[in-house]
Design a binder for this molecule. Structure first.
Ligand SMILES: [Cu+2]
Length: 376
């Protein structure tokens, strides 16, 4: 424990140093902002309507409209940081996770372009570590990371304008400890929809019937001399050993939504033939290459940014680490589909796989068993 507190204190000191180093930057930004204000009429944020959103646990996504109704709004979210043990496979392997709102990944937030995102970040005093949040969708101050460092018992409110449409990662980025927090589960995504909703890149609207959020996570669990995964009382106790495994760049687990099997079998994602499904997929740390076995990506924004026309009819798409991507597909056949990271070792040996369970009528025209497997 004393080691943990020393570490926390060290990270606090590092935080103070970074905050100090940033002061001139923030000042410079303010000076530029004043120039910009002279050219662009300022938005009176206080006069904008406010909407409070209750976030839901992935793979589900809170209710939202795909086309914006009215003008820009201030959209309020609350993220409570939870340090907790989670089990990441069916052997009972534990990770001393760090989470936004208790889940890995954190919840998907949805707003429209030019809305203001107002996030209350709470670090309860029951936690032991310092945290913050860096939004890849935000502009300035390390994505908000420099303005949101909270110690246990503190909270903060950050507001940023969602200027760019797309799906974007957010993650914790505490001074000196960024990769440890990110690979302990502290990441999620935000979807900034174009105000007119999604289009095929040629002006045709493509509304989805359902949206699912898949957060891919690499874990680095230390082993004992016998090769068994070790357990620790707290994240702080696990830190030194975990860092050693992290530095090998070889994850012990690569999973969707926090655990092997979190989205398979009884937990399969549900759809029906004819349903248009948007899959938002984030990976805050490593590259990934989603593939829907037996299906396709009809429209794919692999790097997730909606001002680019989507790629069409994709088999596998590449999402670089630190990015969220989006794929839109209309299911055409019933059955169980595996949705995997098509590094198949990562999918089948390390856990990066989900299932879609699709109901509906089989289309013989698309596929028929002409002769079932049999002896010759
Ligand atoms: Cu953190």
């Amino acid at each position: 424990m004393s080691e943990l507190f020393q570490m926390t204190r060290r990270s606090m000191l590092a935080g103070a140093a970074i905050a100090g180093a940033l002061t001139p930057l923030v000042g410079a930004v303010s000076a530029h902002a004043e120039e910009a204000v002279a050219k662009i009429p300022p938005v009176d944020v206080a006069s904008l309507p406010r909407v409070k959103v209750d976030l839901v646990k992935p793979p589900f996504v809170h209710a939202h409209t795909q086309k914006a109704e009215g003008g820009p709004k201030v959209v309020e979210f609350t993220l409570t940081i939870e340090e907790k043990k989670i089990v990441v496979d069916d052997q009972g392997t534990e990770v001393n996770a760090m989470t936004f709102n208790g889940s890995v990944p954190g919840p998907l937030m949805v707003v429209h372009q030019d809305d203001y995102v107002e996030v209350t970040l709470i670090n309860p005093e029951t936690n032991q570590l310092q945290h913050n949040i860096d939004f890849h969708s935000a502009t300035g101050a390390l994505g908000g990371g420099a303005l949101t460092v909270v110690n246990p018992g503190e909270s903060t409110v950050l507001r940023f304008k969602a200027t760019k449409a797309g799906v974007f990662v957010y993650h914790c980025a505490p001074p000196g400890m960024v990769p440890w927090h990110v690979t302990s589960g502290m990441n999620g995504a935000i979807m900034v929809l174009p105000r007119e909703g999604l289009t095929d890149g040629k002006g045709k609207s493509i509304a989805y019937d359902k949206v699912y959020y898949v957060g891919e996570q690499d874990f680095y669990v230390p082993r004992d001399e016998q090769g068994n995964f070790k357990k620790y009382e707290s994240a702080g106790d696990a830190y030194a050993d975990t860092l050693e495994v992290m530095r090998t760049l070889t994850p012990t687990h690569i999973v969707f939504n926090g655990a092997v099997g979190a989205l398979t079998g009884d937990n399969a994602l549900k759809a029906a033939v004819g349903e248009k499904v948007l899959i938002v997929h984030s990976q805050a740390n490593r590259d990934t290459r989603p593939h829907l076995i037996g299906g396709h990506g009809d429209y794919v924004w692999a790097t997730g940014k909606f001002r680019n026309p989507p790629d069409v009819d994709q088999e596998t798409w590449f999402i670089p680490g630190g990015t969220a991507g989006a794929a839109f597909y209309t299911f055409e056949q019933p059955g169980i589909y595996a949705y995997v990271n098509h590094n198949l070792i990562e999918a089948f040996e390390l856990g990066a796989a989900a299932h879609f369970a699709v109901t509906g009528d089989w289309n013989d025209d698309l596929m028929t068993s002409v002769r079932a497997p049999s002896g010759t």
